[in-house]
Design a protein around this ligand. Structure first.
Ligand SMILES: N=CN[C@@H](CCC(=O)O)C(=O)O
Ligand SMILES: [Zn+2]
Length: 417
């Protein structure tokens, strides 16, 4: 039996508690805020939440047997959730960063054999041990930025063995690292050079061999596709996503990132849990996503890094689309692990409010990766994934931007930072 944990005297405790589905519209502003807040944790699980006075009355007599942590007038939130990352990869692409600053476009570099293809070559070459060590360092960095759960995608193999290698690294890290990892298979991340001009053959390989192998070993929860001009067409993407569904892998889709291509509409049609990027999503696509309840997973750091206009976050919320936000941590278009920066950018470049940004990075992000029953809010029965920030209120967290305000992090009741 572990000693209970009691966090008390939070200037603001943002619980984001209550509600069933992902939050939409005005619900995205409801933080379930408790002033002078307090949380009691037993065996890694949240037992009670309230004001410090309320918990004092309920648990005060057991305080001597508990680890008591004084929040000292600071902000406490749920551990942040990053619902879209590519954090397991080999090598690095800083030369491409320079090329892009000199004028080359992201797609030009990829079509010339760089970009995702360059990382795929380095990932294919790397041993499982090397990939594990690099990915572990990235997870440590996530944790230092207050992130306690991440989704992670394969997709830098685009041949079965390397895809399995990436997914196995995630499985091992999930067992050994404090951060929870939700794995996604993304064999359709690009068309590998050996299949150039024979794209449909590769789609068949994904459907007939890769998806069944990944599902048989229970190595992924989701199945994702890069639906983009010059990568996978909506028709090919539909086939891959439907095949995943037949094997129990829920669909996600990289949609309308570079050009409008009907990705948002396809996400609604196949019942995707989330559609990602959406920089160029059409008004009709946004309407269909709202009607189908597809979560928009928006990636403002990627837009900034590619020097593109950010997605229409404000308009999507106003249209009734549930919005989540993410780093998109990857070696090409967003090499960051900072969800706090992403929250800042959600406010600055997508006109989301500080409250909406927090909801998008916690409970809506949890819904985007099927973790809503365990994480994403501070309420009894959930994992004690908690962050103390060195600021007094949630507005200050978004206002003082580009700074890591993390003071302490608990994962399942264990202090990890
Ligand atoms: N757009 C496609 N995939 C990744 C980028 C991967 C890379 O450039 O290595 C993304 O979500 O941004
Ligand atoms: Zn991505």
């Amino acid at each position: 039996m572990r000693r209970p944990l009691w966090i008390k005297h939070a200037a603001q405790l943002v619980t984001v508690a209550g509600g069933k589905g992902p939050r939409i519209g005005a619900e995205m502003s409801e933080l379930g805020l408790i002033e002078d807040g307090s949380v009691w944790v037993e065996n890694g699980e949240i037992k009670a939440v309230g004001t410090t006075a309320e918990l004092e009355a309920q648990f005060g007599e057991w305080a001597e047997d508990a680890d008591v942590y004084e929040a000292k007038g600071r902000l406490v939130t749920p551990g942040l959730i990053d619902p879209h990352t590519h954090f397991v990869y080999g090598g690095s692409r800083e030369k491409e960063f320079e090329m892009r600053l000199e004028g080359a476009s992201y797609m030009d570099i990829m079509n010339a054999g760089g970009g995702i293809h360059a990382t795929a070559r380095m990932t294919r070459k790397a041993t499982e041990e090397e990939l594990y060590r690099q990915a572990e360092r990235r997870l440590d960095s996530f944790l230092r930025h207050g992130v306690t759960t991440v989704e992670g995608k394969s997709g830098y193999g685009m041949e079965l063995q390397t895809e399995l290698k990436q997914l196995n690294v995630m499985k091992q890290l999930n067992e050994r690292h404090p951060v929870d990892i939700i794995p996604t298979f993304m064999g359709a991340h690009a068309v590998p050079p050996e299949f150039k001009g024979r794209e449909d053959d590769f789609v068949r390989l994904i459907i007939d061999e890769m998806i069944p192998a990944v599902a048989a070993d229970q190595l992924a929860v989701f199945n994702d596709v890069f639906c983009e001009v010059g990568v996978y067409t909506p028709e090919q993407s539909r086939r891959i996503l439907e095949a995943g569904k037949r094997h129990g892998l829920a669909p996600k889709i990289h949609a309308d990132e570079i050009e409008p291509y009907g990705g948002a509409e396809l996400a609604a049609e196949v019942g995707a849990v989330s559609a990602e990027h959406l920089l160029k999503a059409s008004v009709e696509g946004i309407r269909q996503m709202a009607a189908a309840g597809v979560i928009a997973c928006l990636l403002p750091a990627t837009a900034l890094y590619l020097r593109e206009e950010a997605a229409q976050g404000r308009e999507m919320i106003d249209a009734g689309v549930p919005v989540a936000i993410s780093t998109d941590c990857n070696p090409g278009s967003s090499p960051t692990t900072s969800m706090p920066l992403v929250m800042n950018l959600a406010c600055i470049s997508m006109r989301m409010t500080p409250a909406e940004a927090l909801v998008a990075a916690t409970i809506n992000a949890a819904h985007a990766i099927g973790m809503q029953d365990k994480a994403g809010s501070i309420e009894p029965g959930k994992q004690a994934d908690l962050v103390i920030w060195n600021v007094e209120n949630y507005q200050e967290l978004q206002y003082l931007f580009g700074i890591n305000h993390v003071g302490a992090v608990w994962k399942k009741g264990e202090k990890v930072i």
